[in-house]
Design a protein. Structure first.
Ligand code: ZN
Length: 90
């Protein structure tokens, strides 16, 4: 499982293994520390993490927004949970 996080310095979305405590930002090199950076959503694997990040960036860009509200983060989690349920139930 991976967590989608965001660099506090340059606002780049990234992801981190749920057992990792920190990760360096691939863009600016800032340390992204669990508990200090915002955690958006937990996903199954890094392919899904990449896909969610693309969607997040597209959504924010389209709406000319800096960040998600707590409500939008909640919606994102609900949508993702439905997608996972669909792909794993035969
Ligand atoms: Zn950064």
């Amino acid at each position: 499982m991976y967590l989608i996080i965001r660099c506090e310095n340059c606002a780049t979305f990234s992801y981190i293994d749920r057992f990792q405590k920190w990760k360096l930002c691939p863009v600016c090199g800032e340390t992204m520390q669990r508990g200090s950076v915002q955690e958006y959503i937990e996903v199954e694997n890094h392919h899904e993490a990449d896909a969610v990040i693309v969607e997040l960036e597209r959504y924010l860009h389209q709406n000319n927004r800096e960040n998600l509200t707590a409500e939008e983060t909640g919606k994102l989690r609900a949508v993702y949970a439905r997608l996972v349920a669909r792909s794993t139930s035969w």
